[in-house]
Design a protein around this ligand. Structure first.
Ligand SMILES: Cc1ncc(COP(=O)(O)O)c(C=O)c1O
Length: 419
């Protein structure tokens, strides 16, 4: 029998789905029936535009037109062209975004470039809670360029910068993620960027968990350098190329630590000397992964005519609703994700000692989220293809899993390496 609380939640879901009908973009995706997909912050769902575009790239462009496709199908310009398509989603004017390589590679590249842009800088500030690759890259680049890495959670940045200033230590760059990958906490990109600039440093942002989900307004916020994944909320597919943003004002002085022929001013001159191309093109490295790049390009059809602010408004409603539904149905739940709208990214993270088993038991019920060590159940909310009604179903599944002890199944005692 359905309880009154459950009925109230269902009524509310119906009302909210009706109120947000204009931003329901499920028809732009191919989604399996019977699945509630809460992992779009890890691998975005398949946009409906992608299969035909990839089939065309393989069969017609590669299969028939062969090498002529570099010109006739614009393969050569794909990294800049796709970057320009992505730019409005990031609040960037054209000519500042380039697609290709992984986020890890791009972060290496922009941090090295930051060292060149701030030659007197001695310190790189990072968040100790950052995604591991960001920490590895920061440590590696710091060692190569002679920086000291200073760890400071973003909310401690004012104190950290004040202490460094008091000691007369010049800061080269502050490198943060816009959204914490575990907790889903959204950091204040405009405020932290301003503070970084006041300290004379460059603001470098990892936008993996915000690009396509949250307005980042890179130009308006005066961000210097940024990177982000193509396969999460941008739905570019497994291993999709990442993007890099280099603000116009830094491009002439941007030194590419990975100079390759694709970033050369005249690649087909086959010169023995490297001469960087003007503009964002100088951030290119070597031959891009064309099939993945064309998949990401097609995936960006999802954003045609869609303002990322509308996506954010839908996401805020969905995540607030999911949190409330869990609070009502599973009283006492501990959340890692903040309750306040202005602090919440596009995910709800639940903390539980049996988090791994919960995630597996939910998957067995068709509710796909993911586990992050040591104790986080991550429920990613990709707003374009989720509804409030689906999130109620997910919260009910969580309640039922816990009530029946399904998460304690011995089969979940062993964790595979990819979770
Ligand atoms: C915040 C963040 N940065 C970087 C990465 C790694 O990106 P890549 O595997 O493209 O190098 C991830 C991957 O999930 C991430 O969440």
């Amino acid at each position: 029998m359905t309880s009154t609380r459950e009925q109230d939640l269902a009524d509310r879901a119906r009302a909210l789905d009706a109120a947000h009908a204009a931003t329901d973009l499920r028809d732009r995706f191919v989604l399996p029936a019977g699945v509630i997909y809460l992992d779009g912050n890890s691998l975005g769902a398949l946009p409906a535009s992608v299969p035909a575009a990839v089939a065309d790239a393989v069969a017609r462009q590669w299969g028939t037109d062969l090498i002529a496709s570099w010109n006739s199908h614009g393969w050569w310009q794909a990294p800049e062209r796709t970057g320009d398509r992505l730019a409005p989603v990031l609040g960037a004017a054209a000519g500042q975004v380039l697609v290709g390589e992984s986020t890890t590679v791009r972060l290496h590249q922009v941090l090295h470039a930051a060292a060149g842009l701030r030659p007197d800088g001695r310190v790189l500030v990072v968040d100790p809670g950052a995604f591991p690759t960001d920490l590895y890259v920061s440590a590696g680049v710091a060692e190569q360029v002679g920086w000291r890495v200073v760890e400071s959670a973003p909310d401690r940045l004012p104190d950290t910068l004040a202490a460094l200033a008091a000691d007369g230590v010049p800061v080269a760059a502050v490198s943060y993620s816009h959204v914490d990958f575990r907790t889903g906490r959204l950091w204040d990109l405009p405020g932290l960027t301003r503070m970084t600039h006041e300290a004379g440093a460059l603001a470098v942002w990892d936008l993996c968990h915000s690009a396509g989900a949250i307005p980042v307004d890179l130009d308006a916020n005066d961000v210097d350098l940024a990177v982000g994944c193509g396969y999460k909320f941008l739905n570019g597919g497994p291993g999709a190329p990442a993007f890099v943003y280099v603000a116009h004002r830094h491009q002439d002085s941007f030194v590419n630590v990975l100079p390759g022929w694709h970033g050369h001013a005249e690649p087909f001159a086959m010169s023995a000397q490297y001469s960087p191309a003007p503009g964002i093109v100088r951030a290119r490295v070597g031959s891009p992964p064309l099939l993945s790049l064309l998949a990401l390009d097609a995936a960006l059809d999802v954003f045609d005519g869609v303002d990322v602010r509308a996506v954010r408004a839908r996401s805020l409603s969905l995540t607030a609703y999911l949190r409330t539904a869990i609070e009502v149905l599973v009283p006492g739940t501990a959340f890692a994700s903040p309750a306040a709208d202005e602090l919440r990214g596009s995910q709800v993270s639940v903390v539980h000692p049996e988090a791994y088993g919960i995630v597996q038991a939910l998957i067995a019920r068709g509710v796909i989220g993911d586990f992050r060590t040591p104790d986080v159940v991550r429920l990613g909310v990709a707003a374009p293809y989720l509804t409030h009604a689906q999130l109620l179903a997910a919260a009910l599944a969580l309640r039922d899993v816990l009530a029946a002890g399904e998460h304690l199944d011995p089969a979940y005692a062993e964790r595979p390496t990819v979770t």
